[in-house]
Ligand binder design. Structure first.
Ligand SMILES: Nc1ncnc2c1ncn2[C@@H]1O[C@H](COP(=O)(O)OP(=O)(O)OP(=O)(O)O)[C@@H](O)[C@H]1O
Length: 254
């Protein structure tokens, strides 16, 4: 597994909401050009961790390095520059319901580039074709199935051809064939565009399939990080309980 360094590095991140300590000294390195899957319990802080990477949440303590630069102290304008490097697929695809598919996917292009209307349309068509949805430009989000909405969300996430794509539970709530299709899409997008991907997932099989690298968040920290093979053979009891979905073990399921 070769890479050219770590594009994102979370160093000793602490984050509490009121008295609830969510991240407790978390360390994580995201290697450039590869896909890292984050697994962990529901409510364990995976989304909170992801939001630190684009400055949507600031840590109480610790550093967030993107391309070697700490983004924690940046102002909104500087953060916007950093965010241009990212595409993000949120949990519910977060499409604008009152806009057509074309306008949804075109949104970041119109916000951040000076492309002509014709060029925007061409880029949108190209990205929709990449996600296997050619010709749906005129549809409204309400006319699409959940899986199609996710794919439109993905087309929007890749519209600016970002260096890094963050996926928050891209397959949750989808049936198995559709989950497999979305996983393939994540792998293809990574291979075609050479992007760095960070994927939050509950889908262990999918994690093995798309992840070059898997990290497990537990009790506010990353407790293991390694290749799918290393995770499968980890001697950590928490990891074993989680990946095999066992009710008994060190993880308190109540
Ligand atoms: N802005 C916020 N204000 C207060 N509490 C928050 C905020 N964001 C997240 N939390 C809390 O932080 C904890 C971790 O949430 P998070 O969404 O990161 O979990 P998760 O691991 O992504 O879970 P899931 O897999 O269910 O999506 C939760 O208890 C949540 O309620």
């Amino acid at each position: 597994m070769s890479n050219t360094g770590d594009i994102i590095e979370l160093q000793d991140i602490h984050k509490s909401f009121g008295s609830q300590r969510v991240l407790k000294g978390l360390n994580l390195k995201i290697p450039k050009g590869l896909t890292t899957v984050i697994i962990g319990r529901s409510g364990g802080g995976k989304s909170v961790m992801l939001k630190h990477m684009i400055g949507l949440i600031k840590p109480d303590q610790g550093q967030v390095l993107v391309g070697g630069h700490d983004i924690v102290g940046l102002n909104d304008h500087q953060l916007n520059q950093v965010r241009r490097r990212f595409g993000m697929l949120f949990q519910e695809a977060a499409l604008f319901d009152s806009m057509t598919v074309l306008d949804n996917v075109a949104f970041p292009l119109r916000e951040h580039t000076h492309l002509t209307d014709q060029q925007v349309r061409e880029k949108v068509s190209e990205k929709l074709a990449m996600v296997g949805l050619p010709g749906v430009e005129k549809k409204m989000p309400s006319e699409l199935s959940g899986g199609m909405r996710k794919r439109v969300g993905l087309a929007r996430a890749i519209a600016l051809e970002p260096e890094i794509i963050l996926y928050d539970e891209p397959t949750t709530g989808l049936d198995p064939p559709l989950s497999a299709a979305i996983n393939r899409l994540i792998a293809d997008t990574q291979a075609k565009l050479g992007v760095t991907s960070v994927v939050i997932s509950h889908d262990i099989e999918g994690a093995y399939e798309v992840g070059h690298n898997i990290a497990m968040l537990y009790n506010g920290e990353i407790i293991v990080q390694g290749t799918p093979e290393e995770i499968r053979h980890s001697d950590n009891e928490v990891v074993q309980q989680f990946i095999h979905g066992r009710p008994e073990g060190p993880i308190d399921v109540i």
